[in-house]
Design a binder for this molecule. Structure first.
Ligand code: 13P
Ligand code: 13P
Ligand code: MG
Ligand code: MG
Ligand code: MG
Length: 370
């Protein structure tokens, strides 16, 4: 059977400041999804990463389904009403319109979804990040699907030997390109290292992978650029990703392994600072120190007949403790730079923040030099 797995998120308000989605908001979203379960959708799971409300929905409507988007939109709206009632910070922050018009792409929420033919066993991982941007997935996706030092299967599994295809978006120019790895590896790295502009959108198995069909993605990442959509800074577009594993695709442990490196990502305070990405269990997705440091959570499900079995809170494993310790050390080091780059983002990336207003205030005091 064909199942669609949709991870849809929005920041619709939090306690206190940009920190944590309270239970009441999750309950509001659940009440809408529970109503749809068994009718328009197969199953759902609601969680949060920091101030981002995360909806995981399975259904048979395919990608870009108006029906499913409307259900998600209604869940966010109901949670927004609750957030307003409670006077939460940033109530309705990510909903850029009051009315649903058939699609939620471009309306604020972030979406990562894929349709796939269910196999005998379907492990699916949902990654959710707060206080960072979609490009934060570039490094881990590269490692999962292209780095044999991370993914033993690239060497040991004959099904994966020919590699993977990466669909990369240039989100400034609205263009996309496919890289066939390992052949195109160096070309791809030349681009995706610039992670604020070139963002991995999907990863596909190669056509000759006998265990997987090349039309079905192994991974998909949300790429909505809120700042560009809204025309002004309204918060970083904290991303989600969905990754399928096992049987000709990377193993579960290979999918999680890249997160042992607390990579530097942009986001953190006011979406304007570089900081380490810290993998945590859901209960520790509480970015309070300088509104961070940036967090990643991961829920591992088995999908069977469209139903969600699990999840396992993947980063609850103490094997990630050392990564977290390193993230603390990196946080101290980066914070010590205060308003100086490279803790603060480079000037080009500050143009979507309130910095231009500061510049305007002092502009008239500049004098020409002889
Ligand atoms: P088990 O022997 O625990 O089933 O593990 C098999 C495996 O391949 C782990 O990567
Ligand atoms: P969010 O993108 O998570 O809403 O955070 C915004 C911010 O400015 C944090 O300091
Ligand atoms: Mg927020
Ligand atoms: Mg957030
Ligand atoms: Mg945000």
């Amino acid at each position: 059977m064909e199942t669609t797995f949709s991870a849809i998120k929005a920041d619709v308000g939090s306690v206190a400041g940009h920190h944590v989605v309270p239970e009441e908001l999750e309950e509001s979203a659940i009440s809408v999804l529970e109503e749809a379960k068994g009718k328009d959708i197969f199953d759902y799971f609601v969680t949060h990463c920091g101030d981002d409300l995360e909806l995981i929905i399975t259904h048979d409507k395919g990608e870009d389904s108006e029906e499913v988007y409307e259900i998600a939109w209604n869940a966010f709206l109901k949670a927004t009403e609750k957030a307003k009632e409670l006077g939460l910070y940033g109530a309705g922050q990510d909903l850029l319109s009051d009315a649903f018009s058939g699609n939620i792409k471009g309306m604020g929420p972030g979406i990562a979804e894929m349709e796939f033919k269910e196999r005998k066993s379907n492990p699916v991982f949902t990654f959710m990040m707060d206080k960072t941007e979609p490009g934060a997935f570039n490094l881990p996706m590269y490692k999962i699907f292209a780095d044999p030092f991370n993914t033993a299967g690239l060497v040991l599994d004959p099904n994966m030997h020919s590699g993977f295809v990466f669909e990369v978006w240039d989100i400034k120019e609205s263009k996309k390109i496919n890289f066939y790895c390992p052949n195109d590896l160096y070309d791809m790295l030349a681009l995706i290292g610039a992670k604020s502009r070139y963002v991995i959108k999907r990863v596909y198995p190669k056509e000759d992978n006998p265990k997987a069909t090349s039309q079905e993605p192994a991974a998909v990442i949300s790429t909505e650029k809120l700042s560009h959509i809204a025309g002004e800074y309204v918060g970083k577009d904290d991303p989600v990703a969905v990754v399928r594993g096992q049987s000709g695709l990377p193993a579960a442990g290979e999918i999680l392994e890249p997160f042992t490196h607390p990579e530097l990502v942009s986001g953190w305070m006011k979406g304007s600072h570089n900081g380490p990405l810290m993998p945590v269990p859901v209960e520790d997705a509480t970015p309070t120190r300088f509104d961070g440091p940036p967090r990643a959570i991961c829920l591992g499900f088995q999908v069977k007949d469209g139903m969600l079995i699990g999840p396992v809170d993947s980063f609850a494993d103490p094997a990630f403790d050392k990564t977290r310790e390193k993230a603390h050390q990196v946080s101290d080091y980066m914070r010590a730079h205060g308003p100086f780059e490279p803790h603060r983002l480079p000037e080009e990336e500050m143009e979507y923040t309130t910095l231009p207003d500061v510049m305007e205030k002092i502009n008239h005091r500049f004098e020409d030099m002889d």
